[in-house]
Design a protein around this ligand. Sequence first.
Ligand SMILES: Cc1ncc(COP(=O)(O)O)c(C=O)c1O
Length: 397
Amino acid sequence: MLNRTYTEMLKEKDLIFEIFQYARQLAAEIGRDQVYDFSLGNPSVPAPECVNQTITDLVSSMDPLALHGYSPGLGIPEVKADIVRDLNQRYGSSYSPANLLMTAGAAGALAHALRAVSNPGEEIITFAPCFSEYKPYVEGAGLKLTILPADTESFQINFQALTDSLNENVAAVLINSPNNPSGIVYSTDTVRRLASILEEKEKEYGHPIYLISDEPYRDILFKGVDGPYIANLYRNTLTCYSYSKSLSLPGERIGYLAVNPDCAMGDRIIELCPQISRTTGHNGAPALFQRTVALTAGQFADLPVYEENMELLYQTLTEYGYRCVKPGGTFYMFPRSLEPDSIAFCKYAREKYHLMLVPGDIFGCPGHFRIAYCVPTDRVKAALPIFKALAQDYAGC
Ligand SMILES: Cc1ncc(COP(=O)(O)O)c(C=O)c1O
């Protein structure tokens, strides 16, 4: 018999993918330049040349059996040594290779982090707006996901909702900064306040409350923005990182889980990871790309182009009357929709103007829409009159 859970999941629509497919089909019919597609969070800049060069060097210089063989379950030791050296230099942290698990992207890191610090039936708290995949990630681990309402004025943490919701059954709080979909970065004040609430509750409940910090956009941080390294501010932090966005390698599935050296039972968490890999079929991150990211540590794709796109959109859209909290990073922004029903708003934009936007409902925050501006800057410029016409339609209502 087919699995009931996954059969049920088939009924849930993947709205982002549907919008993207619609855009593709429309582009084939009427031409790509007539479609303004801001639906998908796929990097728009290529991996830097050093990635290609490193792969070429590895393939030509290493024994293929060693290069392409199974990697140790926790990752290749010299790779982890290079990565922690870079991390410690950049953030003043004190990771050792033993604190790291190499994973298939941030998704792989989250799968391990969630399972390592919880038991089925326990609760994971996160904040709207949040990545739509958190539901399958958390529920797939047998856990209950609670999405707390957003502070829509700032998209920093809604602390009232957090203190009202924390309880003994909460195994971890899951955060994502810089944030998909809002582009907001949690400030030092926000993270300190979060840390102090969690520390107080840990004492009250007599067990750790882990902070799972999902950071695939950590390196897409705009100039002058206060974006602290979160693990430095809360000891029980598990950091999930990915090279999907920073090196534009989403298809290569490479990232890591870093357990703070001072984390409660940190050694045991790492010890459990290979057992989690066995049950999830993860079984080691891709070997060639482990070596590649280690040898290119500290290098990035052309990330400043995202800030250029953001400034262009933010300045122009706010002039046209859109209300938006200014992003501090990522390649997303999350303005208020021009009618309360953001699904209807995005449908109108799509059908009348061929402008592909994603309604905030799927991120747990209706009344807003996501613009994924990881597109060439000339496409951003071409879309500005379209956003203007859309705003004028609603101004006339
Ligand atoms: C917030 C967030 N977390 C996790 C992921 C998964 O990242 P990866 O593709 O590196 O597994 C994504 C991907 O878009 C994301 O936006």
